[in-house]
Design a protein around this ligand. Sequence first.
Ligand code: SF4
Length: 376
Amino acid sequence: MSDPLLEVRNLHVHFDTYDGVAEVINGVNFTLNQGETAALVGETGCGKSVTMKAVMGLLPSARIPEGEILYKGENVLELSDAKLHARRGREMSMIMQDPMTSLNPVLTVGEQMIDVLKWQGKPRLSVTNWVRDRLGGSTSAEHRERAIEMLADVEISAPKRVFNSYPVELSGGMRQRILIAIALLSEPDLLIADEPGTALDVTTEAKVLDLLEELVEERDTSVLYITHDLGVAREVSDYINVMYAGEIVEQTSTAELFADPQHPYTRGMLESIPSLSTGIGDGIEGHLPDYTDPPGACRFVDRCPYAEAACHEVYPYPRETEPDHTVACHLFDGSPVAEHHHELAEERVNIGPPSWTDASETDSESDAVADGGSAQ
Ligand code: SF4
């Protein structure tokens, strides 16, 4: 197995709000290996983007009371702002989810790309110095050539014209390709793609995802995909981390997750995927908990059809139910993954085994995804 590039360990992220402390991320653990593509999947509001922003050091108003984010073995939470800024520019990059608002409307595509090439990894630039630089009007031919080349790499058919265009002159699909081009300009080791196809129509989304997959494979870039869509995660990732209410509830390889989904939330998401044969599924009733007052033990307890009294009282620590398959649920037995849960594991709570042992049920869920449906 390749070395870990990114390791998130017991990450907690809190926000102070007028209603109290919102405990949005609660003990998240996951690893992304060199050259691997992993997905962070869960419904809107479950904490995926907050986790991603914590990794990038983009949460100035949050508190991180516990946890580590190890990038190449170094805890990014302990890096100085300047070091983090330099790393973010050169080694870590991201694609934002909304191509309509993520580009600067008053600069041409070329100006925005040249800014990235010119300033990546450099100390923070004041607006005054940036304006002075622009008035100086110096644009290196090398930067211009590299930007146009990158536009061609993302299959923009008239790269020179697009280089001189303003975002408003371009379609959503083209803007998303430009965001991909900008994110890959610095040849990053880690790319975080935050729902890169969500704002596009289905056909354009498929094309953009295929293109992205090809580009990162050519460059051996490690990618963390953030998505609410299990169908997309299945297409693009080697490994899936299912997130619910700020916790990772299941993690395993993509093939294993679809062959043997275990956590009730994962199963609920799979059942929500529309299928050509069975139509739209029942979905998961209820909604995410209030982060200022979440349930004390299992955060999924109010929506879980298998919940029992113990689920309200004892935290379902993540446990390894099979090699490289981790589930945070009392329906399953297994050794705790984190050292600090060993003590809790001694007061063993097991309400399982789960009642869904009919293999044909799982097959039909996998078929639903194979039909091309997506969980919204
Ligand atoms: Fe459901 Fe209990 Fe498992 Fe939570 S711990 S997912 S409530 S069965």
